[in-house]
Design a protein around this ligand. Sequence first.
Ligand code: FAD
Length: 450
Amino acid sequence: MVSVLWFRRDLRLADNPALLAAVADARADGDDRVVPLFVVDPVLWDAAGAPRRAYLAASLRALDEALQGELLVLGGDPARVLPHVVRSAGAGRVHVAADFGPYGRRRDDAVADAIDVPLVRTGSPYAVAPGRLLTADARPYRVFTPYYRAWLAHGWRAPAASATDVRWWRPTAGDGLPSASAPAGMVLPAAGEDAARDAWATFREAAAASYASDRDRPDRPGTSRLSHHLRFGEIHPRTVLAGLGPDDDAFRRELAWREFYADVLAVRPDSARASLDRRFDEAMPWASGPSADAAFAAWASGRTGYPLVDAGMRQLRAEGWMHNRVRMVVASFLVKDLHLPWQRGAREFMRLLCDGDLASNAHGWQWTAGCGTDAAPFFRVFNPVRQGLTFDPDGDYVRRYVPELRHLDGAAAHEPWRRPDGYAHGYPARVVDHAAERAVALADHRAAVG
Ligand SMILES: Cc1cc2nc3c(=O)[nH]c(=O)nc-3n(C[C@H](O)[C@H](O)[C@H](O)COP(=O)(O)OP(=O)(O)OC[C@H]3O[C@@H](n4cnc5c(N)ncnc54)[C@H](O)[C@@H]3O)c2cc1C
């Protein structure tokens, strides 16, 4: 019987267990046709933000090419679309990789109810599926390091074999590939499975060996830039893990953060929007009103007067990506210097990040705000100037994204206030005094959650 392979966050053909299951299933019943389906779900599409929509559209084009133009794309609520596809194909089963996100689970349950054939879940976007690992007393992990130890001890499967001679079949006319373009001025990375493999190969050859020392340097191409590829499943973490050696611990650990946060979100779906430590939402005197809005606008547009913060926010607007170290610095600045709730920054990130991922984003923000999984509580406050001098010591990163500071040599780009010509090209003055706001943040936190 024909089977349907419904692609979602797994836009690839290699190392795809759900694809193998769909093919085996079809062949077992003497019919080898597989319907490759993607549903443009308005709930996800509308929420995605222009960069992620444009990236997804490009990734679907690449997938369609790999499928010899047979990708069936339909728009609408999956609980309505899937029954229609199953009926028109005469399909016996629908195959997917399991989705552990709050919306994805609800959607899949609704689809399973709506179709009169089984919805078969094989694999997930993770090396170790969320919910698999539990502490010795059978609880979910809330702290990274023990999770990481358990994750290593559990291990993961080798990459799945490639499916060969698949007979892709499109039983009905589709709505065509969606089209979407990136916001003006933003250049997105190449999308698709080939681009993902190229990025991975380039990183392995050029940067993996120095990852542990360079990963915190935004001025260097020291990280893999795999995040959007992993986000859309153009490459599976299993494939990446299989290519790592004993010296790649630092990189393996970062992949494990992605899995840890997915695990935390699966157990606490409310933590997508609410602080794990609820006191942060209920008792903190967060700034609001017109002056808070103005501060947020300065932050979002990269005009706070703090060079590393501004370079980061401008990198986000230029590329739909930001270096991890700088994500932490800009997040800390929003929460601790501007006294705005993390959720506001997280929404802006989700609007602009090409790799925007509910679990990694919400928990990256909560980690920085001190209300999430981090064992160190609220009193870690990043000093945006010191972070710049330490991790961008020659000022190259700042000059790349902030043209008003290009006339300042070396580390001087981090402290324009020290130079008579520092503001000669229109760079804004600092919107707040870091030392003063740090003291306010610590006092507020001590009173509310200390
Ligand atoms: C406030 C904040 C928000 C974030 N939002 C997102 C997000 O929406 N989507 C996202 O993929 N990552 C997010 N991260 C994590 C991290 O910044 C990015 O994964 C990383 O910068 C991507 O670049 P890379 O692929 O070159 O990373 P590399 O350093 O090469 O790491 C390899 C992979 O490991 C994973 N990874 C690395 N660091 C982390 C981390 N701290 N948390 C979770 N996964 C990690 C990513 O999948 C990444 O592609 C966020 C971090 C912070 C502090």
